[in-house]
Ligand binder design. Structure first.
Ligand SMILES: Nc1nc2c(ncn2[C@@H]2O[C@H](COP(=O)(O)OP(=O)(O)OP(=O)(O)O)[C@@H](O)[C@H]2O)c(=O)[nH]1
Length: 659
C-alpha cells in the first residue's frame, strides 16, 4: 500500500523510525491511533509480505469466558475496529462459521483471525483465537491456548464470575499466560462492573483496576482492549534463524484441496514449495499454499516464526494431519513439540448407520469430522441388532449432540445413537475373562459388555470435581440436588456477599445427562456448573435392559447404580411410552435386571391413518401423503415387529428422571 502511495517501505521494515505513514484507504476516516487495514486490495491480491512483522510486533491471544458472556461479539468488534471486516449491522458472531453454531447460538470450534493494528506509531499483527465457552468444548480452549501468550478473560457485568470463568481462568493460569480481565455488557440496566471487578480481585487475585470495562455490543471502550493486548501481552518467544518448527493446532478436510491445517510457527519460516516432514508420520510433503486467516483464507508468500496461519500441502488422507503434530523442513529434523494431551472422553455412545449399506459413507464422514474435532475418540464396534458401527467417546452430552448434528448437516449422514454411558471399570476375578482381555482391570465403554457380578471383584465408576456458582438464595435447594446425585461436598466459599462457590465430588454418570438442566431450572437460570476429571471410586453397579414385547432394545441397555435402578428404569419406560407412536398392536415396555422385571408400561394399540383427513378424491394429495409416510419409515428402527422413530432414543435419553 505504501509503495502504491509512492512511499518506501524501507524505514518501517528496517525497524528504524517505525513511523506509520497515513493509510490512503482510511486517511481522514479513522481516528489517529485506531486501526486501519494495513494491506491494500492490490497487495492482498499479490499476497501480503508477512516479513513486515518482526516477532516483537506480534501478539497471539485467545478470548475465553463463560458461555454467552460475549466472546464472539467482542471478536466481531475487534475485527471491525482493525478494519478486518467492514462495519455493518450484520456482523453477528462472524467467527462462528458452522451451521450448528449459528443455529444453536454457541461456539463449538475455536476460530483464528489475524488482525492488523496500528498503535503508538507501530503496526502490529494480532492473532486472535475465539474459543467456545461450554465445558464440553474445553479441549478446544486448552489447544488454542498453546498458540497464545495471553488471554482476554471476558466476564458479564451483570452475571459476574461463573463456573466456566473459573475453569477457563485456571487453564490460562496453568499455561502461564498473561490474563487481561474484561468486564463486558456494561450497557445492561443491571450491570454492576464495580462488584464484578471486586469478584475478579477476590477469586483470581487480579487488581480490580486492571479490569477493562466495555460493551462489546455497542463497541464502548473496545479500543482499550486492543491497546491492552499490545501493552500487557508479551510477544511470542521464537527464533526465526532456527530451522522450521510448526505446530498443527487444528485441521479441516476440504474435498478438493485435502487437509487444510492451522499452524503456529515456533521457529524458522515456511514458504510455498518447501519440502516439509510430519514428525508424527514421517511423511514428506511439498507446500502448495501458506497464508493467514483474515478471517477468511488469505494466501501469503511466507509465514514466519511467531505467526499463525494455514497450510495446504497435498495431505489427501485425513489421518495425515494429526492435531498436535510438529512439521519441520526436510533434512532439518527438530525435536517435536510436546503436542496435546489427548482428550479424555466422559461419555461413550454407539453410532450405527440407519441402513448398513450406508456404512462406508458414514465411515468416511466420521473420519473427516474427527479430523476437525480431535476430542472425539473412535473404536470400531458391532452389534447383532444394529450391525457394524462405532463406539465414539465424547466430552459430554452436548458435544455428542453437536457431533451428531454436524454429521447430518455437513456430511448428510443419518445415524442411530445408543444410550451414552460413562467409562466404568471392573476388576476381574474370572481367570477366563482375564485371559480373554489380557488384563485384570478393564474399562467398559459398551454396557452390552458389562461383566456379571460373579466374574468381578469390584466395579469402579468415574468421578469428577464439580464447581457450582450460585446466588446464595438457591444454596439450600442446590445442596439437596447434589445430595440426591450421590455427591460429596468438598468446599464452600463466598465470592461476594450474594454469591457462593460450592465444590462437590460427583459420580460422573449422575451429572452427565441432565444435572445442568435441573440446576438451571431450580436456580431460575442463575447457577452455573463446570467439572474436571477426578479419577475413579468403587461403586455398586448393575446392568439394566429395556425390552419391547420381550425383545431387548440394544440402544437402551444401560449401567446404573443399584440404588437408582428402579427410578431410572421406571422413568425410561415412561419416556419410551410417551415417545413411541401407537401401532396396530399393544406394546409392553419393560425395564429388567437379568430376568427380573422392575418396571413396566403399556402402549395401547392404534393405527395412524394418514389419509383420514383426505376427504374426496384428490389422488395426487393422497399419493403425496403416502410417499411421505414411506419416507418417514426409513427413519424408523424395527425391533421385532415394532417400529421406533430414531429420535425416540434421544428423547428418552435426554429426559432422565430428576434422580
Ligand atoms: N447488552 C449486551 N449484550 C451483549 C454484549 N455482548 C454480547 N452480548 C449478547 O450476549 C449474547 C451472547 O454473546 P456471544 O458473543 O455469542 O457470547 P459467547 O461468549 O461468544 O457465547 P459462546 O460462544 O456460546 O460461549 C448475544 O445475544 C450478544 O448479543 C454487550 O456488550 N451488551
Amino acid at each position: 500500500m505504501w509503495a502504491l502511495a509512492g512511499r518506501a517501505l524501507a524505514p518501517w521494515a528496517a525497524g528504524a523510525a517505525r513511523l506509520l505513514p497515513p493509510c490512503p484507504r482510511h486517511a481522514g476516516v479513522l481516528e489517529p491511533g485506531v486501526a486501519c487495514r494495513l494491506f491494500s486490495a492490490a497487495e492482498l491480491k499479490e499476497k501480503p509480505d508477512m516479513s513486515r512483522f518482526p516477532v516483537e510486533d506480534i501478539r497471539n491471544f485467545s478470548i475465553i469466558a463463560h458461555v454467552d458472556h460475549g466472546k464472539s461479539t467482542l471478536a466481531d468488534r475487534l475485527l471491525e475496529l482493525t478494519g478486518t471486516i467492514d462495519k455493518t449491522q450484520k456482523n453477528k458472531q462472524v467467527l462462528d462459521k458452522l451451521q450448528v453454531e449459528r443455529e444453536r447460538g454457541i461456539t463449538v470450534k475455536a476460530q483464528t483471525a489475524s488482525l492488523f493494528y496500528s498503535f503508538g506509531g507501530k503496526q502490529y499483527l494480532l492473532n486472535l483465537i475465539d474459543t467456545p465457552g461450554h465445558v464440553d468444548f474445553s479441549y478446544e480452549v486448552s489447544r488454542s491456548l498453546s498458540a497464545c501468550q495471553g488471554v482476554l478473560l471476558v466476564v458479564d457485568a451483570n452475571e459476574g464470575i461463573q463456573a466456566q470463568t473459573v475453569a477457563n481462568f485456571f487453564l490460562a493460569f496453568e499455561a502461564q499466560l498473561s490474563v487481561i480481565p474484561v468486564i463486558n455488557k456494561i450497557d445492561l440496566k443491571n450491570a454492576d462492573p464495580e462488584r464484578v471487578g471486586k469478584q475478579i480481585e477476590k477469586v483470581f487475585d487480579i487488581p480490580s483496576e486492571e479490569c477493562i470495562k466495555i460493551s462489546a455490543k455497542l463497541g464502548t471502550n473496545v479500543d482499550s482492549v486492543l491497546q491492552a493486548v499490545i501493552e500487557r501481552i508479551p510477544p511470542p518467544k521464537v527464533h526465526r534463524a532456527n530451522p522450521l518448527k510448526a505446530l498443527v493446532f487444528d485441521s479441516t478436510f476440504d474435498q478438493y484441496r485435502g487437509v487444510v491445517a492451522s499452524i503456529a510457527l515456533f521457529d524458522g519460516m515456511l514458504s510455498k514449495g518447501d519440502k516439509i516432514v510430519s514428525a508424527h508420520t514421517k511423511k514428506t510433503y511439498e507446500v502448495n499454499q501458506v497464508g493467514i486467516l483474515n478471517p477468511n483464507e488469505q494466501p501469503t508468500h511466507k509465514l514466519y516464526a511467531g505467526q499463525v496461519g494455514f497450510l495446504i500441502a497435498g495431505m489427501k488422507d485425513v489421518t495425515e494431519a494429526q492435531i498436535g503434530d510438529t512439521l519441520y523442513l526436510h533434512n532439518h529434523p527438530v525435536e517435536p513439540l510436546p503436542g496435546f494431551k489427548s482428550a479424555k472422553p466422559m461419555v461413550f455412545a454407539g453410532v450405527y448407520p440407519i441402513d448398513q449399506s450406508e456404512y462406508n459413507n458414514l465411515k468416511s464422514a466420521i473420519e473427516k469430522l474427527t479430523l476437525n474435532d480431535s476430542s472425539v475418540t473412535v473404536h470400531r464396534d458391532s452389534s447383532l441388532a444394529l450391525g457394524a458401527g462405532w463406539r465414539l467417546g465424547f466430552l459430554g452430552l452436548l458435544h455428542m449432540e453437536v457431533f451428531n448434528q454436524r454429521l447430518e448437516q455437513e456430511y448428510n449422514a443419518s445415524v442411530i445413537l445408543t444410550t451414552p454411558t460413562v467409562p466404568y471399570k471392573a476388576v476381574l476375578s474370572s481367570a477366563k475373562l482375564i485371559k480373554e482381555y489380557k488384563e485384570k482391570e478393564i474399562t467398559i465403554i459398551n454396557p452390552a459388555q458389562f461383566p456379571d457380578k460373579s466374574k468381578v471383584t469390584e466395579y469402579l465408576e468415574p468421578v469428577v470435581l464439580g464447581t457450582v456458582i450460585t446466588p446464595t438464595e438457591y444454596t439450600g435447594k442446590i445442596m439437596e440436588l447434589c445430595q440426591a446425585r450421590r455427591a460429596i461436598q468438598k468446599n464452600m466459599t463466598f465470592i461476594d456477599e450474594n454469591r457462593v462457590m460450592l465444590k462437590y465430588l460427583f459420580p460422573l454418570n449422575e451429572i452427565v445427562v441432565d444435572f445442568y438442566d435441573s440446576l438451571k431450572s431450580l436456580s431460575s437460570g442463575y447457577a452455573s456448573f463446570d467439572y474436571e476429571d477426578a479419577g475413579y471410586q468403587t461403586a455398586d453397579l448393575i446392568k439394566m435392559d429395556i425390552l419391547l414385547n420381550g425383545n431387548i432394545v440394544e440402544e437402551l441397555v444401560t449401567v446404573v447404580h443399584r440404588e437408582k435402578a428402579y427410578t431410572v428404569g421406571k422413568s425410561i419406560c415412561e419416556r419410551l411410552k410417551d415417545s413411541l407412536p401407537r401401532q396396530l398392536f399393544e406394546i409392553a415396555v419393560q425395564a429388567a435386571i437379568g430376568s427380573k422385571v422392575i418396571a413396566r408400561e403399556t402402549v395401547k394399540a392404534y393405527r395412524k391413518n394418514v389419509l383420514a383427513k383426505c376427504y374426496g378424491g384428490d389422488i395426487t394429495r393422497k399419493m403425496k401423503l403416502l410417499k411421505r409416510q414411506a419416507e418417514g419409515k426409513k427413519k424408523l428402527r424395527k425391533i421385532g415387529n415394532i417400529e421406533i422413530p430414531k429420535n425416540a432414543f434421544i428423547k428418552v435419553l435426554k429426559t432422565q428422571p430428576n434422580k
